[in-house]
Design a protein around this ligand. Structure first.
Ligand SMILES: Cc1ncc(COP(=O)(O)O)c(C=O)c1O
Length: 441
């Protein structure tokens, strides 16, 4: 059985040198949480430049759905790269983009027959959805949620309300975005309890927003993450999305599901909205869609995608190599990986809940499939957030060879590749528990 192997102090000598150069040359806006300099990776195992081996529970921020360098994805990339790397789907046609559009339209849970716009990233998929919603409805206002992360370009950042420093000094944003409270039942923004709250978060959109600030006839779209990702892996109550969809429909508002982090099988279904039985009008995808090749997609019912030639496009969006990687990825998802995410997700959650019994600081274990978060607290009575402790856990796990990332204010996220085995889940759990023991909380 494979285990992490740490042979040098971290960072090792070669890593140290790269990090020194990086700090001279690369934008300081990136948030590197620990000094990992990756040389190569396969499946869930990452090797750094000093030959240390780590178990990866981050999947490159929930991207490598099929694990690092899955042989079928690598083959698809190599085959396509030998034939055609770029032609620009904006001006020309090529089969991989059209075949992928057909596949995505087929699997998407948007209401009505679907069409696909191709982009390079999550933020670009969101931008496309933002623009299409305005264009189609001719309405100017958009609703998004506090805690949401939709990306960092100016449009996507206008919808984002995750951490203030992400927006600091970038004002003013695209006008017409209103944020509403997201149903974080562990920390209800209204101080209520589910289900006696009667979904105060959905009602809040009608009153006060529609009563006091904007007429619903002026609202183009509601952007929502089915499960909030960067905001803390927050799973809303079962009926939230149904009620939100009902409200949107009542006023002719488009419901845009940002499945950039939660989609592509991660939650044990192709799209997380399937857990809630909701068909959004528009779907934004990226991250896991092409196993690490840059690709974003915005999928909308064919009747919605009525913008004329020239109204939106991207030179690189949907390039043939990324599309081929996506086709290989989806094939793998459909032939076992989504089911594996569901089964291994149960194992991971059950294991974390067992560990939670020993540690008062593990406030909540939540998630679906392999999108699992552990919220750290000072204690379970006060539920006071414990960001420093969370950071120590992430650092401690790294030193023991387990790669984790935080999200939200005080949460550790577990988002390994969907190829993860039962043994790898157990190895990750035991390092996590050991890390907590060493921190001695
Ligand atoms: C839900 C969600 N939307 C959008 C984005 C932005 O994606 P990208 O970083 O590819 O622009 C992210 C990235 O973390 C995300 O989690």
């Amino acid at each position: 059985m494979k285990t992490p192997l740490i042979r040098t102090p971290l960072p090792g000598p070669k890593a140290l040198e790269f990090i020194r150069k990086d700090s001279e040359l690369v934008s300081p806006s990136y948030t590197r949480v620990y000094p990992l300099v990756v040389q190569e990776a396969k499946g869930l195992w990452v090797q750094d430049v000093d030959n240390n081996r780590f178990l990866d529970f981050t999947a490159g921020i929930a991207v490598n759905a099929t694990g690092h360098c899955h042989p079928e994805v690598v083959r698809a990339i190599q085959d396509q790269a030998a034939k055609l790397i770029h032609m620009s789907g904006t001006d020309f046609y090529y089969p991989p983009q059209i075949i992928l559009a057909q596949k995505l339209a087929g699997i998407s849970n948007t209401s009505g027959g679907a069409k696909v716009f191709f982009a390079n990233s999550g933020a670009e998929a969101v931008e496309a959805a933002f623009k299409l919603a305005r264009h189609h409805t001719r309405r100017a206002i958009t609703i998004a949620f506090f805690g949401a992360f939709h990306g960092r370009t100016m449009g996507a950042l206008s919808l984002t309300a995750s951490k203030a420093y992400q927006k600091k000094h970038f004002h003013p944003f695209v006008p017409g975005v209103i944020h509403a409270p997201y149903p974080n039942c562990y920390r209800c923004p209204f101080g209520l309890r589910h289900p006696s709250c009667s979904l105060a978060c959905v009602r809040w959109i009608e009153d006060p927003i529609f009563r006091t600030s904007v007429s619903p006839e002026e609202v183009a779209a509601i952007f929502v993450e089915p499960i909030q990702g960067e905001g803390g892996y927050i799973v809303p109550p079962a009926e939230f999305h149904v009620e939100l969809a009902r409200l949107a429909k009542k006023y002719g508002i488009l419901l845009v599901a940002d499945e950039i982090q939660s989609g592509m099988g991660r939650t044990g279904k192709m799209f997380a909205m399937e857990h809630f039985g909701v068909e959004p009008d528009i779907l934004a995808l990226a991250k896991g869609i092409a196993s690490g090749m840059p690709l974003g997609a915005m999928i909308a019912g064919g009747n919605l995608m009525d913008w004329p030639a020239g109204s939106h496009a991207s030179t690189f969006g949907g390039n043939p190599v990324s599309c081929s990687a996506a086709l290989a990825t989806i094939r793998l998802l459909e032939t076992g990986l989504i089911e594996n995410a569901r089964i291994r997700g149960h194992q991971l959650m059950a294991g974390l809940r067992e560990i939670q019994k020993r540690f008062e600081c593990m406030g909540e274990v939540r998630g679906k499939g392999l999108m699992v978060g552990v919220e750290f607290v000072e204690d379970r009575i006060s539920r006071q957030i414990a960001p420093d402790l969370r950071d120590r856990v992430v650092q401690g796990a790294f030193r023991q060879g387990l790669l984790l990332l935080g999200c939200g204010e005080s949460t550790v996220r577990f988002c390994p590749a969907l190829t993860i085995s039962a043994e790898e889940v157990d190895t990750g759990l035991s390092i996590f528990e050991d890390t907590l023991d060493r921190i001695n909380r």
